[in-house]
Ligand binder design. Structure first.
Ligand code: ZN
Ligand code: FE
Length: 253
């Protein structure tokens, strides 16, 4: 399987998961149809499945047009069947979704929205995290609670370290400015920021990241760190309280 990053709209990423032997593909979160169609036509690939992580417009905007053009099937979370446009196949937490050579585990990760899921292609170690886990950040909590977002991120943290993270937006450079403000002595983060700046200058995506990389550098996955608690002036607080404080600070950053 080959992953192709397709930039959409302002700062969204859609992803094509391409089975190169059969020239079939899935698309994850098509914000818009046009850039997806352009790539598929150019490379003579057929689109079979549309995988949505959540119902926000910048993740489902291309559903209808792509479904019509390729007779593709739309997959989304069962609890969001009324909000995912043109849904065909409803999936639930912990379900293994298999079609053709595509095989992914569905993980329900509420917080950004109540019906948010990620797609874990465990055979290839690829994880599509939508707007829940970003590189060096996490999504805003629109519908869920702090507890829900926190435990959704805990689920992701437990996946193998080499798992590659493909998220919904190119926010990494902006996110890094927040991380370094409250985690200023993190040498690994300082190194990563150098790399991010180089990529941004050349307009190269900073995606994919990995679980290992995020565990070391993403402040929202480091809410058990003593240094970060000290930097926030909340030494004895729980990880959930630290996480909630960070999320509030980031909302106004
Ligand atoms: Zn969203
Ligand atoms: Fe989004």
């Amino acid at each position: 399987m080959k992953i192709e990053i397709i930039p959409c709209l302002q700062d969204n990423y859609s992803y094509l998961i391409i089975d190169e032997n059969n020239k079939n593909a899935c698309v994850v979160d098509p914000s818009e149809a046009k850039p997806i169609i352009n790539f598929l036509e150019k490379h003579n690939i057929k689109l079979n499945y549309i995988l949505n992580t959540h119902h926000h417009f910048d993740h489902v905007g291309g559903n209808s047009e792509l479904k019509k053009k390729y007779n593709a099937k739309v997959i989304g979370y069962v609890g969001d069947s009324k909000r995912i446009p043109d849904i065909d196949i409803m999936v639930k937490d912990e379900e293994i979704w298999i079609e053709n050579n595509f095989e992914a585990k569905i993980i329900h990760i509420p917080g950004h929205t109540l019906g948010h899921i990620c797609y874990y292609f465990y055979k290839e170690n690829n994880l599509f995290t939508g707007d829940t886990l970003f590189s060096l950040g996490c999504g805003r909590i629109f519908e869920g609670t702090y507890e829900q977002m926190f435990s959704s991120l805990e689920k992701i943290k437990k996946l193998p370290g080499k798992t590659k993270i493909y998220c919904g937006h190119e926010y990494t450079l902006q996110n890094s400015k927040f991380c370094i403000t409250y985690d200023k002595d993190n040498q690994s983060l300082i190194k990563k920021i150098k790399d991010i700046k180089e990529k941004s200058k050349k307009k190269i995506p900073t995606i994919p990241s990995t679980i290992n990389d995020e565990l070391k550098n993403n402040i929202f996955l480091r809410s058990d760190s003593k240094e970060i608690k000290t930097n926030l002036g909340i030494n004895n607080s729980t990880s959930l309280t630290t996480f909630s404080k960070l999320r509030d600070l980031k909302d106004n950053f």
